[in-house]
Write a protein that binds this ligand. Structure first.
Ligand code: 2PG
Ligand code: MG
Length: 379
């Protein structure tokens, strides 16, 4: 139990330059991240100035002097909100407070560390020419988190050098390389770098952003695919490039598409829900009924609290679904997700190489040094 003796909030900037909420409980901070390619079933955010008025006013009054566990604190936030999706007090308000509470009581409980799944080349809503939002790598042979971090960075540098030989390159909000390179060539370049630096390759197609209600529209490659063609396309790239991970290969409402693809590639590839499952135990159960996923993105701000995210994580674990802790594209130096990943034993953490994500990587290096007999997750 933690007695609340101080509770307040102020605003800080995220890596996109947007204001977000940084809450503070008994001197410990927690900040809400924000998404850019958000799912429609996520917890709703409210205006930051309104959130600050709320936290520093009625929420402070409500919580001060009382004792809570993480669960009772988060339940009280949910009860105060009275909606299904945090549209009254805001999922950003509740996440910042829930993170601050978690960080205040944090103690390292586990010693199995997640493999970083790192965004190397990107596009979509995060900026860049690519239709596929993220091309990811996971240094699966690393023996320590520091080694995994080092390999990821070297991989990024080597990939960037290859890209620079072909023309101008940039960097998007997640720190991923951007360049006008065809997606087939990006895969080939990733495979080339992986010959020297062992890593598995994956994608986040962020397909809800490609879906126009009838077709998946790949603007830069000039193609439009219907549902069946999207299944074939995803299967083809998974097989050709030996993908171990495919996130959001279909729109957020298309459980059937996920399930058809999982039937075809699920034995060798993680078919991962993000906008589909939104860290929501109920949405995950719907996905399980349809046998739609074998991995799930865990973004606590999609559901609005640590406790609600843990619920989904537990449902996933008991169904044998791999939990993938994840950053958002709008991050601050808050490193709560690094601590959650270790204590919840998510075997993967999806992350970028923007400075705000380096903070989380560094936190994992520090936790490794604190842990008793740390080891990389078994995957
Ligand atoms: C995603 C995330 C993080 P956003 O789609 O998985 O990479 O992006 O935070 O913009 O939803
Ligand atoms: Mg995603």
């Amino acid at each position: 139990m933690i007695k609340i003796t101080d509770l307040k909030a102020d605003k800080i900037k995220d890596c996109r330059g947007k204001w977000t909420i940084e809450a503070e409980i008994n001197g410990t901070k927690g900040a809400a991240p924000g998404g850019t390619s958000k799912g429609i079933y996520e917890a709703k955010e409210i205006d930051v100035e309104d959130a600050l008025l709320l936290i520093n006013g009625s929420l402070k009054e409500k919580f001060m002097g009382r004792e809570f566990t993480q669960e009772s604190f988060d339940n009280e936030l949910k009860k105060t909100d009275e909606s299904q999706d945090f549209s009254n007090i805001g999922g950003n308000t509740s996440t910042a407070l829930s993170f601050a509470f978690f960080n205040h009581g944090f103690a390292l409980k586990k010693s199995s560390f997640p493999f970083p799944l790192v965004n190397i080349f990107g596009g979509g809503k995060h900026g860049g020419f690519s239709d596929i939002q993220e091309f990811l790598i996971m240094p699966h042979e690393a023996k320590s988190f520091a080694e995994a971090f080092e390999t990821s960075r070297q991989f990024y540098n080597a990939f960037k050098s290859l890209a620079e030989k072909r023309g101008p390159v940039g960097r998007n909000i997640e720190g991923a390389v951007t360049a006008n390179i065809r997606q087939e060539d990006v895969f080939d370049m990733l495979l080339k770098v992986a010959e020297d630096m062992p890593a598995k390759i994956g994608i986040d197609a962020a397909s809800s952003e490609l879906w126009n209600g009838e077709k998946y529209v790949y603007k830069n490659s000039g193609t439009e695919l219907d549902n069946g063609e999207q299944v074939d396309f995803m299967k083809e790239i998974a097989e050709t490039y030996n993908l171990f991970y495919a996130e959001d290969p279909f729109d957020q409402d298309d459980f059937t598409g996920f399930s058809e693809l999982k039937k075809k590639i699920g034995r060798r590839t993680l078919v991962c829900g993000d906008d589909l499952t939104v860290t929501n135990a109920e949405r995950l159960k719907m996905a399980l009924d349809k046998d739609a996923v074998n991995a799930m993105i865990v973004k606590p701000n999609q559901i609005g609290s640590v406790t609600l995210a843990l619920k989904a994580v537990e449902v996933a674990k008991s169904a044998g679904v791999i939990n993938v802790m994840s950053h958002r594209s709008g991050e601050t130096s808050d490193s709560t997700i690094a601590r959650l990943a270790v204590n919840w034993e998510t075997p993967i953490i999806k992350i970028g190489l923007a400075d705000t994500d380096i903070a989380k990587m560094n936190e994992l290096v520090r936790l490794w040094n604190l842990a008793e007999k740390p080891e990389m997750a078994k995957l």
